[in-house]
Design a protein around this ligand. Structure first.
Ligand SMILES: [Zn+2]
Length: 217
């Protein structure tokens, strides 16, 4: 299965991505992680990316597409992949489509997790972060066992500073502005599948599996 995931902040996309990856036995490729990895490793693409990042500029699409395509050539991605965090724009989607077509591995579906703003804000403003391992918790949906420290390492959880309501609303607006043309792009290709993410995580996972049931093997 070759998949792209879309969804606003607070839709629980990251959690679902991990679950789908386990279910289908395919890697979850987060472009944010991929980029960090390349930069840390000092790969040729990482060095190129770093030069832009150091100037406070966006890493050009062709560099990111190259990283993604390299990653998808690895053995664990032969059965498929879940792309998360990319593409974000129509030009990126076009570049990805061309590269995947060249590789004979076109996308099979684009999952869009939907959630209304109020729910997203409620989820995000309940979000706490472990400063040690970066694991996120949610006081409503995914509480730490003792209510205040990380289950894995016992570090005291901190609140994400950018999660206050005004900031969250702004992030949601930016997301919608960026993503609507992208959704249209995939809708026109018959790839877009919607999952109502306005539910507890387990139910959303069930809905996700259902949305893919006709193409999951
Ligand atoms: Zn931790």
């Amino acid at each position: 299965m070759r998949l792209v995931l879309l969804g606003p902040p607070g839709a629980g996309k990251g959690t679902q991505a991990i679950r789908i990856a386990q279910w289908l036995q395919i890697p979850h490729v987060s472009t944010g992680d991929l980029l960090r990895e390349h930069v840390e490793r000092g790969s040729r693409l990482g060095v190129r990316a770093r030069a832009y990042m150091d100037r406070g500029e966006y890493v050009p699409d062709d560099v990111v597409v190259r990283m993604v395509m390299d990653r998808l050539e690895e053995p664990d991605a032969q059965k498929g992949f879940i792309l998360d965090g990319f593409p974000r724009t129509v030009p990126q989607a076009q570049a990805l489509e061309d590269a995947l077509a060249d590789a004979g591995r076109p996308l099979e579906a684009v999952l869009k997790f939907t959630i209304d703003d109020d729910m997203a804000i409620k989820r995000l403003s309940n979000r706490w972060l472990c400063p040690c391992c970066k694991r996120t918790y949610n006081m409503e949906f995914m509480r730490p066992q003792d209510g205040s420290s990380c289950d894995d390492d016992g570090c005291q959880l901190t609140r994400r500073s950018d999660d206050d309501e005004i900031t969250v609303r702004r992030r949601l607006d930016v997301y919608r502005l960026e993503t609507e043309p992208l959704e249209l792009f995939y809708w026109e290709r018959g790839l877009l599948r919607e999952v109502d993410a306005q539910a507890r995580l387990d139910l959303v996972t069930e809905r996700t599996k259902e949305a893919l049931s006709d193409i999951a093997s």
